[in-house]
Design a protein around this ligand. Structure first.
Ligand code: FE2
Length: 264
């Protein structure tokens, strides 16, 4: 039997990126091969930082270096920034499994798949950085994703709304533009990676939408109204468009929610 919560915690706490990815790949295999145990719950209230390497140095968002894609260094900084998002996304998927221990079996299957794909994304980007002679950790980065995970650690509804459906969904809006700019720079290898990531991220946000709706309906909340209230509570004045409407529809946003995003 696979003790899901303990296994997710073990992976979350691994600091070395390569080890973490390999452990996530192994855990994904066990999910397919073994019976899943969700009965052994564990207390995670003391877990407030995930495992991560000493570098990158975490700095306020304003201090993260600006990226001019026309230069090779700018492109490398962009690849690094996305690698950082993917590294965080592994932890966020593991934390979604671990933090909310009263969800149906498929919830854990879904987030396991996300953790697995995020580890693949990170691995591809780390390889790309190495082709340029760099490594994950070589540029400063910010901690906004994990901070939002901690702000929403007591509510699966708030977590699903704010982390996959707001912060990670931002990737759906900005990635097509990045792909175009990288095509202009003729960096087709990075373009190929971003195309894979973009398609899979739609699925990840859709998983967020699925479980957001489930968690709302479980306690008789209207998902669309609840999403709007959470946007106002957590993101007032901080949401940035424009939004990639097609990708967001595929990821489970309703017309009312898309309207709400534009009005926050
Ligand atoms: Fe990803």
């Amino acid at each position: 039997m696979l003790s899901v919560f303990q296994a997710a915690l073990d992976c979350l706490l691994i600091a070395d990126p390569r080890n973490k990815c390999e452990s996530v790949f192994a855990l994904q295999q066990r999910f397919h091969a073994e019976k899943i145990d969700l009965a052994n719950t564990i207390d995670v209230s003391s877990i407030i930082t995930p495992g991560r390497p000493e570098l990158p140095k975490l700095v306020p968002p304003q201090q993260v270096p600006k990226r001019k894609l026309a230069t090779e260094e700018g492109r490398i900084a962009l690849i690094h920034a996305i690698a950082h998002i993917e590294f965080n996304a592994i932890n966020l998927a593991l934390d979604a499994m671990l933090r909310f221990q009263d969800m149906p079996n498929e919830y854990y299957q879904d987030w396991m798949r996300v953790a697995f794909e995020e580890a693949q994304h990170f691995t591809m980007l780390q390889k790309r950085l190495q082709q340029f002679g760099y490594n994950y950790g070589d540029f400063d980065a910010h901690n906004g994703l994990w901070e939002m995970a901690m702000k929403t650690r007591d509510s699966v509804i708030a977590r699903m709304a704010l982390v996959p459906r707001v912060l990670e969904a931002r990737g759906l809006d900005v990635t097509p533009g990045m792909i175009k700019r990288l095509e202009n720079c003729k960096d087709f290898e990075t373009v190929e990676i971003l195309k894979i990531i973009f398609e899979q991220e739609i699925g990840h946000v859709a998983i967020g939408s699925r479980w957001f709706k489930y968690a709302c309906e479980r306690i008789d909340l209207d998902p669309e109204e609840t999403f709007q209230e959470l946007l106002k509570k957590y993101m007032s004045g901080e949401l940035r468009g424009p939004f990639e409407i097609d990708a967001r529809k595929k990821a489970g946003f309703s017309s009312i929610e898309l309207q709400a995003l534009q009005n926050v």
